[in-house]
Design a protein around this ligand. Structure first.
Ligand code: NAD
Length: 467
């Protein structure tokens, strides 16, 4: 590990002046190697958590291909120095931002979208001209084994390397003085990563989790809301960082909304009795997580929640898509990120109170509001904070290449995707070229009375009313 890191030093220095063309060749190399293993990925996803092939294509390969295509199309523009305009006091200078590779970067990934959350950041890191060490999660071992082959085929370890293993491997990597660390995972481990980065003052991007609230107001199109929420919540068996975690539904429409959710479940996943056999539902990643979800369910039930679905088969790591009605606020399912196919639906009467409750919790990774009233949606957006948001949909903000993707405070730090990912992996170097040196000399000593008057005059000028 240490030797590989050392071997990337010379590459990183060489790559500092790499052209867009050279970087695009690297991204294409990764793309060829990845597509050559397409079927192997399908098999690996089946083994790790029975992920439906359509979700492998749509939520793993598609986002990576999209990231690649976007980077290849726009990299030249992104890399172009950005001219910076200065105030009148900057007369006699030209200034621009030079995007430089950060150097050697570490990408630590989670298991829930093991391919897209590893190769997605890898693409933008390469677009920005960095060498990369990638540490995927130990919990999706079949997928990381295929990723290791892909990376090994596309790159020598002195350019991009992948190390498999759990927290111990992460910890050892975190000892090394990387120039940037891009971490996706839980808020708990995010804190550990940031503390480790502080030792070398490595910059960090933290893509974390949290409880994403979803509001269904009485002005919502209930059928549309239910269908979008059922899709966003139960894809990947609810193991999605931006999945709706819980729903606030207005009391006047809550029962109708729940009925629409049940109907949407039937449409998307078939009748309840046959759902376990439906290959469109992924499994829970491992038994401890299945047990954790079963315990959340038992606890909510014991506190009086009414359950639709609720079947758990630990041996098969199956947890049925489940709606929870009448959940007590102190139930565990309302205290931690659920990260599984359990959807508490809470009734509310006042939007103000809901906004107050959301603002009393840590800022979430996403927030969704379903309402046909633009004013209502605008109010929610204006008065809350979250990494991202959707109006009348969910999860899709993740897939929009033109939007930054990231959290805020406890749900994360910094952004990924497209230009924002390129930026995360670049140093924005401020460059100023002096074109008329005589002007700035007015501010040099000796501070004669005349110079003092000029400097004072500039200060007075700055307080003049704006035109
Ligand atoms: P995790 O934090 O347990 O693990 C993430 C990575 O960190 C893994 O590679 C793991 O090996 C490593 N790791 C674990 N313990 C460590 C330690 N003590 N020191 C150093 N490294 C350690 O997260 P997870 O269970 O893989 O993923 C689920 C979490 O990730 C959820 O909270 C989810 O919301 C979040 N998530 C966020 C995003 C996002 O883009 N914001 C995307 C997916 C998942």
């Amino acid at each position: 590990m240490e030797a590989t890191f050392e071997s990337q030093r010379a590459t990183a220095l060489r790559w500092r002046e790499s052209t867009a063309g050279e970087r695009i060749v690297r991204i294409r190399r990764l793309r060829e190697a990845m597509l050559a293993r397409r079927e192997a990925f399908h098999e690996a996803f089946r083994r790790d958590f029975a992920k439906p092939p359509a979700e492998v294509e749509g939520t793993e390969l598609l986002p990576v291909m999209d990231e690649m295509r976007h980077a290849i199309a726009h990299l030249r523009g992104w890399m172009r120095p950005q001219r910076a305009r200065g105030a009148v006091t900057m007369l006699g200078t030209a200034a621009w931002i030079q995007f430089q590779p950060r150097g050697r970067v570490l990408v630590i990934a989670p298991w829930n979208y093991p391919l897209s959350l590893s190769f997605g950041p890898l693409v933008t890191a390469l677009a920005a001209g960095n060498t990369v060490i990638l540490k995927p999660s130990e919990m999706a071992p079949a997928v990381s084994a295929v990723m290791k082959q892909v990376v090994g085929e596309a790159f020598p370890a002195s350019e991009v390397a992948l190390f498999e293993g759990g927290p111990e491997v992460s910890q050892r990597l975190l000892e090394l003085p990387f120039d940037h660390i891009f971490f996706t995972g839980s808020t708990r481990v995010g804190r550990i990563v940031m503390a480790a980065a502080a030792r070398h003052l490595a910059s960090v991007t933290l893509e974390l989790g949290g409880k994403t609230p979803t509001i269904v107001t009485r002005h919502a199109d209930l059928r549309r809301a239910a269908e979008a929420i059922v899709w966003g919540k139960f894809m990947n068996a609810g193991q999605t960082c931006v999945a709706p975690d819980y729903v606030y539904a207005h009391q006047a429409v809550k029962d109708a909304f729940m009925a629409e959710c049940r109907a949407a479940l039937d449409r998307l996943y078939g009748a309840e009795a046959q759902r376990k056999a439906n290959a469109d539902l992924a499994r829970i990643i491992n038994e401890p997580h299945a047990r954790r979800l079963a315990a959340l369910l038992d606890d909510a039930r014991a506190r009086g929640a009414a359950v639709t679905g609720g079947e758990v088969d630990l041996a098969q790591r199956y947890v049925a898509p489940t709606l929870l009605d009448g959940v007590a606020p102190e139930a565990h399912v309302m205290q931690e990120e659920i990260f599984g196919p359990l959807l508490p639906v809470l009734a509310f009467s006042s939007l103000d109170a809901v906004i107050g409750e959301i603002n009393a919790r840590p800022k979430p990774l996403a927030l969704y509001v379903f309402s046909e009233s633009r004013d209502e949606a605008r109010q929610v957006l204006a008065r809350t904070s979250s990494g991202g948001a959707c109006v009348n949909h969910c999860v899709l903000q993740f897939a929009h290449g033109g939007l930054p993707f990231g959290g805020v405070n406890e749900s994360g730090l910094g952004n990924a995707h497209g230009f924002f990912g390129f930026r995360a992996f670049s140093h924005e170097r401020a460059v100023l070229r002096s074109t008329w040196p005589a002007l700035s000399k007015l501010f040099f000593p000796p501070f004669t009375a005349r110079r003092y008057r000029i400097i004072r005059g500039v200060v007075d000028f700055l307080k003049l009313p704006m035109p």
